[in-house]
Design a protein around this ligand. Structure first.
Ligand code: CA
Length: 222
């Protein structure tokens, strides 16, 4: 899952990026409203964290602009403490959730997870699909035989994206786009290698190849 982090406070930026990456998210940072607005239109993000007080264009305007052009990107706004009107304005502009500064990173991570599950029609809590359940804290997967398997960083990112979108054809370039950030060296052929790793761990039939189209995670299998 790839997150657009819009925040002009450099210290907070770095801190959040580090913690989000540790949790298996690819993160691109933007420090001003105009660039953020543009990036939101790219259609490559799974979620945006949007600070409201931004140089060039404030967060509310950025959000309004996205929504007026039909961008359904899930947005969590960061508001100032005690500024209840910011929350109201944020929701009016189309925010999905908010967090008031200062906050604990654990709360932000839980809200992001809940929001990603919700907008993709999954229940809160463990991500459970096709007999597999993913522990997003420990980055492990448990099979229907109750065997818990460790995952490497990329395997976890890939499996989470598959579980969020079961039974959908996902092309190599889509998978690459949602697993790596802008600074990563993106080679979509590497995806094949990680698909092979996942099949070895979870069973060959769990990820189907559609020639020339991509891969499908078989979510119906129980
Ligand atoms: Ca700010």
């Amino acid at each position: 899952m790839r997150i657009l982090l819009v925040e002009d406070d450099k210290d907070l930026q770095l801190l959040l990026k580090q913690d989000l990456e540790k949790s298996g998210f690819a993160v691109d940072i933007s420090s001003d409203g105009i660039e953020a607005e543009y990036l939101g239109f790219e259609g490559i993000y799974d979620l945006a964290i949007l600070d409201l007080g931004l140089p060039q264009r404030n967060g509310i305007e950025v959000l309004k602009s996205w929504r007026s052009k039909g961008i359904a990107l899930p947005v969590l706004i960061l508001t100032a403490r005690d500024a209840w009107y910011e929350k109201v304005d944020g929701f009016k502009a189309g925010a999905d959730d908010y967090l008031a500064k200062p906050f604990h990173i654990e709360e932000l991570l839980m809200r992001i997870r809940a929001l990603l599950h919700r907008v993709n029609n999954h229940s809160a809590g463990l991500l459970q699909v096709g007999g597999f359940s993913l522990d997003e804290d420990k980055q492990t997967v448990t099979t229907k035989e109750n065997i818990t398997l460790e995952l490497t960083g990329v395997e976890f990112k890939l499996l989470r994206f598959f579980l969020i979108h079961p039974e959908k054809i996902l092309s190599k370039s889509t998978l690459t786009e949602h697993i790596y950030d802008d600074c990563s060296d993106k080679d979509s052929n590497v995806i094949e290698v990680y698909i092979r790793h996942l099949r070895r761990k979870l069973g060959n039939s769990i990820i189907e190849t559609r020639r020339g189209q991509g891969y499908i995670f078989k979510g119906e299998q129980v």
